[in-house]
Design a protein around this ligand. Structure first.
Ligand SMILES: O=C(CO)[C@@H](O)[C@H](O)[C@H](O)[C@H](O)COP(=O)(O)O
Ligand SMILES: [Zn+2]
Length: 198
């Protein structure tokens, strides 16, 4: 029933909107990410299916822009290079498709955002484990807790919804909220004399 679909989204958003921990996490992430990007670090993001699209939505907003003009920053969605993906899949197997790229593109201090509605996709778990071992900061966006991805990442937001679709829809809301706080933090950190174009 489509009414139930709308109701599930409304319920979940309502629950998260009043969860102070979620807002605090987003603000902490925005401010940390601003520092990483402005000092030459990079954002990596990964996920499967709908979560791949969400990962790419986030990185495109960082490299392009969100609401206002600002300098571009380094961000990569790890499923987007189809030649690398097919070669790694073919030569090393499915669990390595993101992990190998984390090892190639990640540097200590960079940030990995790992998205999984179930929190148990092996390739996303491997990416997070590799990133952690290399000294990247790892953040999880998942479905309900407990789940393995949230437990191995440095920080995470777990969406309390039963349906994969609802979790994905709320992930996009969280991504836009993160872009909002990131832009605020970038503006606050910009040195005097480097105001953004009108
Ligand atoms: O978008 C959808 C369902 O809405 C699917 O493509 C879904 O993302 C795929 O089944 C993924 O493989 C699920 O992976 P995960 O979220 O459990 O890590
Ligand atoms: Zn957007």
């Amino acid at each position: 029933m489509i009414e139930e679909h709308f109701a599930a989204l409304r319920r979940t958003v309502g629950r998260m909107e009043t969860d102070r921990a979620v807002m605090a996490t987003l603000r902490r992430w925005g401010s940390h990410l601003a520092g990483v990007l402005q000092t030459g670090g990079r954002l990596l993001a990964c996920g499967n299916g709908g979560s791949a699209a969400e990962a790419q939505h986030l990185t495109s907003e960082v490299t392009g822009r969100f609401r206002r003009d600002r300098p571009p920053y380094a961000a990569l969605a790890l499923h987007a290079d189809t030649s690398a993906i097919t070669a790694i899949l073919n030569d090393y197997g499915p669990d390595e498709v993101f992990a190998r790229q984390v090892r190639a593109h990640g540097r200590p201090g960079d940030v990995l955002v790992a998205l999984s509605t179930s929190g148990r996709s092996a390739n996303v778990l491997a990416a997070a484990a590799n990133a952690h071992a290399m000294g990247l900061t790892t953040w999880a966006l998942t479905g309900p807790q407990p789940n393995q991805l949230a437990s191995i990442c440095d920080d995470g937001i777990c969406v309390p919804a039963d349906e994969v679709a609802t979790v994905q829809e709320v992930h996009l809301l969280l991504i836009h909220a993160l872009c909002e706080v990131l832009d605020e933090a970038l503006r606050a950190r910009r040195p005097l004399g480097e105001e953004e174009p009108a």
